[in-house]
Ligand binder design. Structure first.
Ligand code: RIB
Length: 276
C-alpha cells in the first residue's frame, strides 16, 4: 500500500524523551505545526529499531503527512517504507534526505581548545553512542586537538551513551584512576552534569581542580551548581527550521536534498570560570 498522508498530522521521532534537549526541540516543532494548523505527534523511540518500525507502520496507516526523524539507528530499508516527506534532524544524515545538523566537528575542536586555553592539560572526553554520527564528529574534533600532545592516553576516553547516570558512574571510576585529569569535555550536557556529580562526590572542586564543558545548551545547565559551560546548539532554531522544511515539502511534494549546518557557540558559565 502506498500511504499518501492528508491527516494534517506530522510525527517527530526522538531517541530519549528524558533528555531535556528533545523537549526543547519538540517545542519548536509544535510551534510551527500549530501555525500551519497541523497536529504533531511525539514518538519516543529509545533508539530501538522495533519501536521505530512500529511507529512508522502505525502512523502511515493513520495517514500522517510527514516525519521529522532524530535517529542513529534507522536504516535505508526502513526509510523506503515511508512514502511521505521526511526530514533528518540532528543525528542522522543521508544524501537522499533534507537534513539539519550543527557543525559538530568544529564544536568538538572549540570545546577542547577552550579547555586548553584556561590551562587544562589532561583533558578527558565523554562521548555518546558510537552509532550517532554527531558524537563521532565531536570526538574527531577532540582527537584532532589532543592527538599531538604527549600526554594523550586512550583511558581518557569514555563512551557514556549520552546518559547522565552512566557518565556519573564511569567518570567516578576514571577520576579515581586518573586524578591528574583537570578537564572534561562531555559530548552532551546531561553527561557533563553526571560528570560534575561524580566530581562533587569525590570532593574534587569545579572549576578549580577540574573544569567541565558540555555540549547542547539545554536550559537546565543554568540551574546546576556550578552552572554549566557548554557548546550551545541553536536547539529551537533547528526544530523550527526542520518543521518549516517539512511543511514546505508537504505542500510542494518536492524534496530538497540539502544538509543545512547551524553553528554552535561557546556559552561560558561557572564550571570553567577559573580565577585569573
Ligand atoms: O543530548 C542529546 C544529544 O543527542 C545532543 O547532543 C544532540 O545533538 C542529540 O543527538
Amino acid at each position: 500500500t502506498l500511504f499518501r498522508g492528508k491527516s494534517k498530522m506530522i510525527a517527530l521521532f526522538v531517541p530519549d524523551i528524558m533528555n531535556p534537549f528533545f523537549p526543547e526541540l519538540a517545542r519548536a516543532v509544535e510551534d510551527v505545526t500549530n501555525k500551519y494548523n497541523y497536529t504533531f505527534i511525539l514518538c519516543n523511540t529509545d533508539g530501538d529499531l522495533e519501536k521505530e518500525l512500529t511507529y512508522i507502520d502505525t502512523l502511515q496507516q493513520k495517514a500522517v503527512d510527514g516525519f521529522i526523524i532524530v535517529s542513529s539507528t534507522i536504516t535505508d530499508e526502513m526509510l523506503k517504507k515511508i512514502s511521505v516527506p521526511i526530514i533528518a534532524l540532528d543525528r542522522f544524515f543521508h544524501s537522499e534526505l533534507a537534513s539539519i545538523t550543527v557543525d559538530n566537528y568544529q564544536g568538538g575542536r572549540e570545546a577542547t581548545e577552550y579547555l586548553q586555553s584556561i590551562g587544562c592539560q589532561r583533558i578527558a572526553h565523554l562521548c555518546g553512542p558510537e552509532s550517532a554520527s554527531n558524537t563521532m564528529e565531536r570526538l574527531r574534533g577532540y582527537m584532532d586537538v589532543v592527538r599531538d600532545t604527549d600526554w594523550f592516553l586512550s583511558s581518557y576516553l569514555l563512551s557514556c551513551n549520552y546518559n547522565m547516570e552512566q557518565a556519573k558512574v564511569m567518570t567516578m571510576e576514571m577520576l579515581r584512576n586518573h586524578p591528574e585529569i583537570d578537564g572534561i569535555f562531555a559530548a552532551n550536557d546531561v553527561m557533563a552534569i553526571g560528570a560534575m556529580k561524580a566530581a562533587e562526590q569525590l570532593g574534587i572542586r569545579i572549576p578549580e581542580d577540574l573544569a567541565v564543558i558540555g555540549f547542547d545548551g539545554i536550559s537546565v545547565g543554568e540551574a546546576t551548581s556550578p552552572t554549566l559551560t557548554t557548546m550551545a546548539q541553536p536547539i529551537y532554531d533547528m526544530g523550527t527550521r526542520a518543521a518549516e522544511m517539512l511543511m514546505e515539502q508537504i505542500q510542494t511534494q518536492v524534496a530538497p536534498k540539502t544538509i543545512e549546518t547551524f553553528p554552535v557557540h561557546l556559552l561560558e558559565r561557572e564550571s570553567t570560570k577559573r580565577k585569573k
